[in-house]
Design a protein around this ligand. Structure first.
Ligand code: PGA
Length: 284
């Protein structure tokens, strides 16, 4: 699992706190036991073979099942103990940490790992079954998933705080066509939703910049490089001096966040409880 996660024997050795020859020897023993090579070295890159991929998938499932067992035993003893693994899209990073804060205050012994990635990154982790729960707006249609819709995630047009269009009502699309756009990178769900919406409106924005961060977009918008479309959650009241939301006809783009996990996956007690907690927090 460490080799699959880290992509090199040196890095796998580092995270396992053992030496590189120890990892190489253990991998060889593992391959001998399986009876097939588990990885190939292509240049400096390690690629898992089909047998390697299968072994990693089974190891992940076993490790998660064992983690769930430990959590259940701890629960019988009246304790909430164990790990919660979450992978969320970048738009959700403005909401999920707040819910985690109240959850961890209630269960201080729970360890949390929170991965914040764009949609492509979260879908990648979901395909590999690496986490307990996933949060995103556009679930991949080819996967069999349990999907719990829990909060609106409207996508709004933002401009610098002193832009002449701020406070104008129902700005026509034709007017914002004169502006330069800053959009999220390809692979982002925000970008995907924008492109689908622009296509529906037959609108072709003049894209000046693509950026892989909502924060970098906000600062670029504030610096006058263009206007953008971002999740309303990414525009906090603290950003009022930097950017403002424009009232453009056809916007916001409606969108919702889902909590997802693969159908058939047995959630650990902590994951089940966090799912309920996230829904309640959103409801409040
Ligand atoms: P992203 O988020 O733009 O960070 O990929 C998209 C989403 O809200 O699902």
């Amino acid at each position: 699992m460490a080799l699959a996660d880290e992509g090199s024997i040196t890095a796998a050795a580092r995270v396992c706190h053992v030496t590189q020859p120890t990892v190489s020897m253990q991998l060889k023993e593992l391959a001998d036991t399986v009876g097939l090579p588990l990885y190939e070295q292509i240049g400096r890159k390690i690629e898992l073979t089909e047998a390697g991929e299968m072994l990693v998938a089974s190891a992940r499932a076993m490790s998660q099942e064992w983690g769930a067992f430990e959590q259940k035993i701890a629960a019988l003893r009246g304790r909430r103990l164990g790990r919660l693994r979450l992978a969320v899209v970048t738009t959700a990073k403005y909401f999920v940490p707040g819910a985690l804060g109240t959850f961890c205050a209630r269960y201080p012994e729970v360890e949390v790992s929170l991965q914040v990635l764009n949609r492509d990154g979260v879908v990648g982790r979901l395909r590999e079954n690496r986490d307990d729960l996933y949060v995103m707006s556009m679930p991949p249609p080819d996967l069999d998933l349990e999907q719990v819709e829990f909060l609106d995630n409207p996508l709004v047009v933002v401009a610098r705080a002193l832009h002449p269009l701020v406070r104008k009502k129902s700005i026509a699309l034709g007017r914002i066509a004169q502006e330069r756009f800053i959009l999220r990178e390809r692979g982002s769900g925000t970008r995907m939703a924008c492109e689908a919406h622009f296509k529906k409106l037959r609108f072709r924005p003049d894209v000046r910049l693509e950026l892989g961060s909502n924060e970098a977009i906000k600062f670029s918008v504030a610096a006058g490089l263009g206007i953008s479309v971002l999740s309303r959650h990414a525009v906090a009241s603290a950003d009022r001096n930097l950017v403002a939301v424009l009232d453009v006809a056809g916007f916001p783009i409606p969108s919702h966040w889902f909590i997802l996990y693969p159908t058939g996956k047995r959630l650990s007690p902590i994951a089940t409880e966090f799912l309920t907690h996230l829904r309640q927090t959103a409801h409040r």
